[in-house]
Design a binder for this molecule. Structure first.
Ligand code: ZN
Length: 146
């Protein structure tokens, strides 16, 4: 199966990017992130929710973020540097249906051998899981504090 069997592009980008690029927005993702997300989705065997704005939900900034996204605009307005992996198509925040953050973190630890590329996981998130492929490349999983 391909990542596109499990996710619509709207689930991975903000409305700003989708409105302008539609399906061409797949180009903005680091292929390693998509590989990792596919392996996690197939391995864990449950729906993964990144963004849900296109189905009326509140999440729109959990995948690719652009300069028009609120999180980014707010940092810019304060003249604060912001170089999140979310800006580079290298990160997603997500929930797995029926599992809490702790359970997903445990699953990742137990199944890290499956990961096709090294990832970073934010260890102190509350209510979601953050993964990205901005890794040092030496370990399957690098845990970091956001
Ligand atoms: Zn945006």
């Amino acid at each position: 199966m391909s990542i596109k069997n499990y996710f619509d592009i709207q689930e991975l980008v903000c409305p700003h990017v989708y409105d302008k690029f539609g399906l061409y927005a797949w180009q903005f993702f680091d292929p390693r992130l998509l590989d990792v997300l596919l392996v996690i989705r197939e391995g864990i065997g449950k729906p993964i929710i990144v963004n849900n704005w296109s189905s009326g939900g509140n999440f729109s900034q959990r995948g690719l973020r652009c300069n028009c996204c609120m999180i980014v605009r707010d940092k810019t307005a304060l003249e604060k540097l912001y170089v999140s992996a979310h800006l580079q198509g290298m990160a997603v925040d997500f929930n797995v249906q029926g599992m809490n953050t702790q359970e997903v973190h445990e699953w990742l630890k137990k199944n890290q051998i499956l990961l096709p590329h090294p990832i970073r996981v934010e260890e102190n998130t509350d209510g979601w899981v953050h993964i990205d492929v901005r890794s040092d490349g030496f370990r399957a999983i690098t845990w970091f504090k956001g």
